[in-house]
Design a protein around this ligand. Structure first.
Ligand code: UP6
Length: 271
């Protein structure tokens, strides 16, 4: 379904968060998710205020925030309604069903209460979906499975990726899993057993315009390579945007990535 507009893909999804996201992307003309990996609440909110209009999604690692309090996520939810973006807590759950259901609902962060979307490694098996779904589905939350990663030497390749796709397929009818963290359209690469009306969203980290990687194994591709050449749906950009020292530049960079990502999407859907 890579040739279709985001809006035209809504009927292929039963998950409420996925439908909302797809509609939002065409409405705001953006396939940019900004990853705000900063350690202070004030800084996090300041970045979000600057980039909120340019993106369809804000991604958090809430456990890196040093001065966390519930008012931070209350303010984030308020901004998400005002500026119209979805919230994605990049928790990368990776434990048995019972444990992840507690990690998702409880603890300091109570992720399910404020984050529209979260993600999980398929490594523990189907129980991770059952566990997270028991908490998130009643709240209309959505889940992504990590089928691939952007970092050098990662083990999520080949047969592992294929099994991740199969796992998502087994749970598609439940309307909770709606896509993957991946570097390409993994479900189309492993298309055996796909239903006619199957559609998964592909959200892709490791996106940068100015550098090729960092010193810890991250690897970057451009928005064009990700959206047009690889057929992914959402570009996830962190340091390329929030890493600017001048606050004004953060907004400029967000617009730069938004426009590059959108141009690539228009070209892809025109084909
Ligand atoms: N992320 C990756 N690669 C993956 C999965 N997740 O980079 O395979 C996440 C990181 C970080 C963001 O945890 O929050 O995406 C990328 O940030 P960056 O643009 O600053 O490299």
């Amino acid at each position: 379904k890579a040739g279709l507009s985001y809006t035209d893909r809504i009927p292929f999804h039963s998950n409420a968060a996925a439908k909302q996201l797809l509609a939002l992307m065409d409405k705001k003309q953006t396939n940019l998710c900004v990853s705000v990996d900063v350690t202070k609440s004030d800084e996090l909110l300041e970045v979000v205020r600057r980039v909120g209009k340019s993106c369809c999604m804000v991604k958090t690692h809430i456990d890196v925030v040093e001065d966390y309090s519930h008012s931070l996520v209350e303010e984030l939810v308020k901004l998400s309604e005002e500026l119209e973006f979805m919230i994605f807590e990049d928790r990368k759950f990776a434990d048995i069903g019972n444990t992840v259901s507690l990690q998702y609902s409880s603890g300091v962060h109570k992720i399910a209460s404020w984050s529209h979307i979260t993600n999980a490694h398929p490594i523990p098996g189907d129980g991770i979906i059952t566990g997270l779904s028991s908490v998130g589905k009643p709240l209309d939350r959505g889940l992504l499975l990590l089928a691939e990663m952007s970092s050098k030497g990662n083990l999520a390749t080949g047969e592992y990726t294929r099994q991740a796709v199969e796992m998502a397929r087994r749970h598609r009818d439940e309307g909770f899993v709606f896509g993957f963290i991946a570097m390409k359209r993994v479900h189309e690469e492993h298309s055996a057993g796909a239903a006619e009306d199957e559609d998964f969203m592909i959200l892709t980290p490791g996106v940068g315009l100015d550098v090729k990687g960092d010193k810890m194994g991250q690897q970057y591709r451009t928005p064009k390579e990700v959206i047009l050449d690889s057929g992914c749906d959402v570009i996830i950009v962190g340091r390329g945007i929030y890493g600017k020292t001048d606050e004004q530049e953060v907004k400029v960079e967000a617009e730069r990535y938004r426009s590059e990502g959108w141009k690539a999407y228009l070209e892809r859907t025109r084909k």
